[in-house]
Ligand binder design. Sequence first.
Ligand code: CTP
Length: 436
Amino acid sequence: MQKNTPPAELKPQPASLHQEQDVSLHSLNLKNKRILLIIGGGIAAYKCLNLIRRLRECGALVRPVMTKAAQEFITPLSVSAIANDKVFTELFNRDDEHDIGHIRLSREADLIVVAPATADLMAKMAQGHANDLASTVLLATNKPVLIAPAMNPQMWSHPATQRNIKTLHSDGIHFIGPNAGEMAESGEAGYGRMAEPMEIVGSIGNLLVPDNTPKPLAGKRAIVTSGPTHEPIDPVRYIANRSSGKQGHAIAHALAQAGAEVILVSGPVDIPAPQNCEVIHIQTAREMQKAVETALPADIAVMVAAVADWRSVDEADEKMKKDNGKGPSSLKLTENPDILKGLGHHKKRPALLVGFAAETENLEKHAKAKLKSKNADWIIANDVSPEGGVMGGDKNTVKRLSNSGIEDWPEMDKSGVAQKLVDEIIKHFIIETVDI
Ligand code: CTP
């Protein structure tokens, strides 16, 4: 059992939230990491100036490539000035090819970052096009690629883009964002805003220096429940919900990565315990409730477990027999404690309480009712009807419900959902500041 002891210098500074964010950013060491930044043609391109500045503050060397469209939004001159390097724009430029060449450009980086990754650039990547410098570099590289998509929400949700996202995921491309919010087009809102520079830097840190990532949740204590509970009927039989524990364990892992002290209360699962978490193994709902309450106080609680709602009134000491010919005996059930609801009304209620809602029909209606009755801050609602393959599978498509409304999150694998949730938790505790 390993516990997380975050370095003191990474602990949040109480003076101001802005300061807190800077502390975690400045502790990220990207010294001499070579980042090839491909700037795509979208309004969010202007944020790349801040991104480059932030990366350089962390010690990274940023070499920019700009698409033709990107140059409609910001100029190579300003990018070059901030990056302190030449900006590459042309595939067929005799000087550039002589100096370095597109193959070397793609190989002489530790990481390629595409920001903003437009729908067009993502389509080119998914299809393997190589008809300009950016797409050629992306096809020729043997290095990890991180993309920060940005586009109109309709373009993001279009089946063609969604198909490309799936392809890119399966090609091993890393994603950061997009975030939900107001678009540049007036009156348009939804998924499509490029992740903020600070979020992109955090994600770059995760990829390049996994052991030295910013710890924005240092000093925060989190309880996570995961997996099913088993409610014994007799020594060989039990009542349980289907749950692999993958989603809960991924959330515990992502919280620990972000520096939180994590207590993971887990039912019986067949997956390894995440590193840097204190794991408490339980079997029944009542044991889970006791472990959760003993772990209080906490700043954050994320209740992911698929708790069995009922248990047998009389657990038999011996194996129950078939009683040949008499047919099955009826099973008397009683309700288990609702752990999330108990926390929601607890005098030591965690500051941020997150529940999940697994539904097979009327997702939003049932999830809304759970948000209210359990007094949670957020409910992450997922459709677990058998055709979705969520139970036991690796993918999850969820919505976040809160008192401010409902957000659809794109389909992601379970670690993607975990990372997104933890990013939202970080945002909840740290107010974002965006400046160039
Ligand atoms: N939960 C809990 N304790 C229970 C039942 C559920 O802590 N006894 C938590 C789950 O971990 C989840 C949320 O409550 O975060 C919703 O769980 P879900 O199974 O979707 O709903 P239930 O409350 O059990 O309601 P129902 O089965 O009627 O949908």
